[in-house]
Design a protein around this ligand. Structure first.
Ligand code: GLN
Length: 492
């Protein structure tokens, strides 16, 4: 079959179960596509062809022996922030260019138990800091819809790989939008789960109170399959929650759009900088949901102006602490010929970290330093609580909250936005992380340059099933999620 990459995850599971194709055929098909197409997209940092084929053969053998489960033999790409035993894990940084993890992240280990075949590791902004994937030490990744544009970030490699049909689905992480914004820029569906739903063990830390892994795929249905693998309590992550996990696939029709109350925050749709096409497409998608029976309710989210300053204080503060472990001593990049220990620390960190990462470490260290801690960090934590309360108040009257995922479509590669412009691009996503809420991006059309636009739906705590279900029903009634970039239509 030449068009295996066009099958949805459900179709892949059905085809494998019916022996229409083997995991080896499927894996070879994807590896061939990566070889032919990824030179133009640059989504993969590492392709693990040999290991993938061995995993595929093992999956086929397991299936023959009657031991297969639903996803046995389905390929996946992992964001290069998840530690993989025996395979390089770089976090997009020179600091970890040669780092081979001695263990698997829990998400990766769960994928193995589910029988997923790892095609490789995909590109990202350095240590997940950024919105374009350009800060990667390994260079920029292209947006499959327009190769001179960015795929978004930080999970840009995950988004580009799926949008170019170089993987059926991929893992991502979201600290301030890094699943939802690249999903939006690449026309995909991406879910940022409630904080604590997915284990962070073995996921290289950026800002630990905000980081959360989640699925990126073409549809809510495909995301549900991966969410079934990723979600769940993990004794190795003290912030992961002991709470029953839904069967996200079985629940895809569990929420009715009829009667669903969708909150429309006034402040979100009057933001300066919200692109007219993005606004129009998002409003059209809301109109469609209204036709399907939802009620649109205008709401207030009064803390909107505090989102960017609060996030860009807390995230760098936590990053400065997390990244202090990279000192050139035990693993990672080490400067050559240090004259003494201080020189080793200094030069390893100045040579190993890129500019954006260094800036954030400096800002974060400053905010946490004695004398400034109360004025900055403690204050930001208080504002964070107010932002959370703002959402909780809204959820007293609505079931979900609608927003764009990003104020614009994808930027050009090398557009060199100022830091302020770049940070303002996170306005619709970061508050969700500050509050620890789940949210999903769904593709809802294109702008005048044929670049994808995304709708974001924010849910109350633990409402992943509801979000996936609402988007699934929207996707049953529309076909935006089935649109493919020209490069994805190419055969290998
Ligand atoms: N763009 C945001 C940042 O740079 C979010 C990144 C993320 O979610 N990892 O912090």
């Amino acid at each position: 079959m030449t068009d295996l990459h066009r099958l949805s995850v459900r179709e892949l599971t059905e085809g494998l179960a019916a022996a229409k194709f083997s995991s080896r055929e499927l894996t070879e098909h994807y590896l061939k596509r990566i070889e032919k197409i990824d030179a133009r997209v640059q989504s993969y940092v590492t392709v693990t062809a040999e290991q993938a084929l061995a995993e595929a053969d093992a999956a086929d053998a397991l299936r023959k022996a009657g031991g297969a489960t639903v996803l046995t033999g389905v390929p996946i790409a992992h964001k290069d922030i998840f530690c993989t035993h025996g395979i390089k894990t770089t976090a997009g940084s020179k600091m970890l260019d040669n780092f081979i993890s001695p263990y698997d992240a829990t998400v990766v280990a769960k994928g193995k138990v589910a029988g997923l075949v790892t095609l490789g590791k995909v590109n990202m902004d350095e240590f997940a800091m950024g919105s374009t994937s350009e800060s990667s030490y390994f260079g920029a990744t292209a947006n499959p819809w327009a190769l001179d544009h960015v795929p978004g970030g930080s999970s840009g490699g995950s988004a580009a790989a799926v949008a170019a049909d170089l993987a059926p689905f991929a893992t991502g992480t979201d600290t301030g939008g890094s699943i939802r914004q690249p999903a939006s820029f690449c026309g995909l569906t991406g879910l940022k789960p409630t904080y604590g739903r997915v284990s962070r063990f073995g996921m290289i830390a950026y800002a630990s109170s905000l980081d959360q892994g989640g699925p990126m795929a073409r549809s809510a249905e495909d995301c549900a399959y991966l969410m079934n693998v990723m979600a769940g309590h993990d004794a190795k992550d003290s912030t992961s929650v002991e709470k029953n996990v839904d069967d996200y696939v079985a629940n895809l029709n569990g929420t009715s759009v009829k009667g669903l109350r969708i909150g429309i925050p006034k402040q979100y749709f009057n933001t300066a900088g919200l692109d007219a096409d993005v606004k129009a497409r998002v409003e059209e998608s809301l109109k469609k949901l209204e036709e399907m029976g939802a009620t649109l309710v205008e709401i207030d989210l009064n803390m909107t102006e505090s989102y960017v300053p609060t996030y860009y204080l807390i995230a760098p503060a936590e990053a400065s602490s997390n990244l202090s472990r990279f000192d050139g001593v035990r693993y990672g990049y080490r400067a050559e010929n240090p004259v003494d220990l201080m020189d080793l620390y200094k030069r390893s960190r100045s040579e190993g970290f890129g500019k954006e990462v260094q800036q954030r470490i400096l800002i974060g260290t400053y905010a946490l330093s004695a004398g400034y801690y109360d004025a900055y960090y403690v204050k930001a934590q208080k504002v964070r609580r107010l932002i959370q309360q703002d959402f909780l108040k809204a959820f007293e009257t609505v079931d979900v909250i609608a927003a764009p995922s990003a104020p614009t479509t994808a930027y050009r590669i090398g557009a060199n936005l100022s830091q302020v412009e770049m940070y303002l691009g996170d306005i619709y996503t970061i508050a969700v992380n500050l509050a620890g809420l789940p949210a999903i991006n769904a593709p809802v059309g294109f702008d005048k340059d044929s670049l994808p636009v995304g709708l974001q739906l924010i849910g109350n705590y633990w409402s992943e099933s509801q979000l996936l279900s609402v988007v699934h029903q929207y996707q049953q009634a529309t076909d935006w999620h089935t649109k493919r970039a020209a490069i994805a239509e190419e055969n290998a």
